[in-house]
Design a protein around this ligand. Structure first.
Ligand code: OSB
Ligand code: MG
Length: 373
């Protein structure tokens, strides 16, 4: 195989403000800080990746600053030492570095995009994607009150989103889901608790069974698969794991224990696209329901989510909503649009969207070039 000849990595830290604050059981955010990673080869082709860690370690222990540290001081030095000829080698190269999946995924994603561009194929095709359009749902944060939530649900149902995910937390759960189910008897609904409950709340969680939800996402602790197995045995609603899954190994163990019936895959949470493919293949082989989650990404991360979702095992709508759901303007051309609940894929090489350098410059607050050669 040909070497990829990566010459240079550009790290840009961006700050983008979302149109609206997003509230979950772990807090509220509106400003998104993230790294854009540009990997440039000897023919001046660029591959792009986007980091998904947060400003504070609430959803995961990683932060924007740990991502920077890992990229600059650990991961890029490894890439400098060992030239690669296929992006799958990045997963192997990073395997002795524990945790820090989001940092690993951000640069691996840039290398995958570059690889696809070198081959002149779409990232979707490079990953083994088959679909030309993907089904999408939307994730709604915790709202001020039920009236506001019902308005939001109505808006996105009208826009055609294939399912609505509603964030819940203790005190804002059964009553909230009952109101939404009553107003939308035929809409595909699910709830996401972001680890806000324990097994002591089993009676509350069991009450959700009457609303015929597609699933409940990560009801229990972020690092648990034991209690989730006990919960799944006692409730009808399928349990979906988000925070608890960091690798194929985690998926295998959760499957063995019966901790869930559904997997939410986030590329950043599992350390990149190579690990994502492995999880996809396992889920497909074992008939485990699978969908692609979101991390309030800007255009580059969104494009990666779209590409992975085109693989055949992603059999439920994901959280990859339109750019305009989050941003006044996105950093890619064209922006991601959703029509009748679908996003169309293109055959353009790589991620299939142009990174708009003027817009990137507008939101960049730090920039650093690192030469590999
Ligand atoms: O739990 O899926 C989650 C956003 C940030 C962190 C965690 C989660 C979310 C979402 C939003 O639910 C998904 C999206 O619209 O990108
Ligand atoms: Mg979640």
């Amino acid at each position: 195989m040909e070497p990829m000849n990566i010459q240079e990595i550009v790290l840009r830290k961006l700050k983008m403000r979302m149109k609206n604050p997003f509230t979950t059981s772990f807090g509220t955010q509106q400003d998104r800080y993230f790294y854009l990673i540009e990997a440039i080869d000897d023919q001046n082709r660029s591959g792009w990746g986007e980091s998904v860690s947060g400003e504070f370690p609430m959803y995961s222990p990683e932060t924007v600053e740990t991502t920077r540290h890992l990229l600059e001081d650990v991961l890029i030095p490894l890439l400098k030492e060992t030239p690669i000829s296929h992006p799958d080698e990045v997963n192997t190269l990073f395997k002795d570095i524990r945790g820090n999946e989001m940092a690993k995924a951000s640069i691996e994603g840039a290398i995958w995009d570059l690889y696809a561009k070198q081959k002149g194929i779409s990232l979707s095709e490079a990953l083994g994607g088959e679909r030309k359009q993907i089904e999408v749902g939307i994730s709604l944060g915790i709202q001020e009150n039920i009236e506001e939530l019902l308005k939001q649900v109505d808006h996105y149902v009208q826009e055609g989103y294939k399912r609505i995910k509603i964030k819940i937390q203790p005190g804002q759960d059964v009553e909230v889901m009952r109101a939404v189910r009553k107003a939308f008897p035929n809409t595909e609904l699910m709830a996401d608790a972001n680890s806000a409950y324990t097994l002591e709340d089993i009676d509350t969680l069991a009450q959700l069974d009457e609303f015929n939800l597609m699933m409940i996402e990560q009801p229990l602790a972020h690092d648990d698969i034991i209690d989730h197995a006990e919960l799944q045995a006692k409730i009808e609603t399928p349990v979906c794991l988000d925070e608890s899954i960091h690798s194929l190994e985690d998926v295998k163990k959760a499957f063995r224990l019966g901790s869930c019936k559904v997997i939410n895959l986030k590329i950043g949470r599992v350390g990149g696209l190579t690990e994502s493919k492995k999880i996809h293949d396992f889920c497909l082989e074992n008939n485990i329901a699978l969908w692609c989650g979101g991390m309030l990404e800007a255009g580059v991360g969104r494009a990666h989510n779209i590409a992975i979702t085109s693989l055949p095992g992603f059999n439920l709508p994901g959280d990859t909503a339109a750019s305009s759901r989050y941003w006044e303007e996105d950093i890619i051309d064209p922006e991601v649009t959703v029509t009748d609940g679908y996003i169309q894929l293109t055959d353009e090489p790589g991620i299939g969207y142009e990174v708009n350098l003027d817009k990137v410059a507008k939101y960049t607050i730090e920039e650093k070039r690192i030469y590999l050669k």
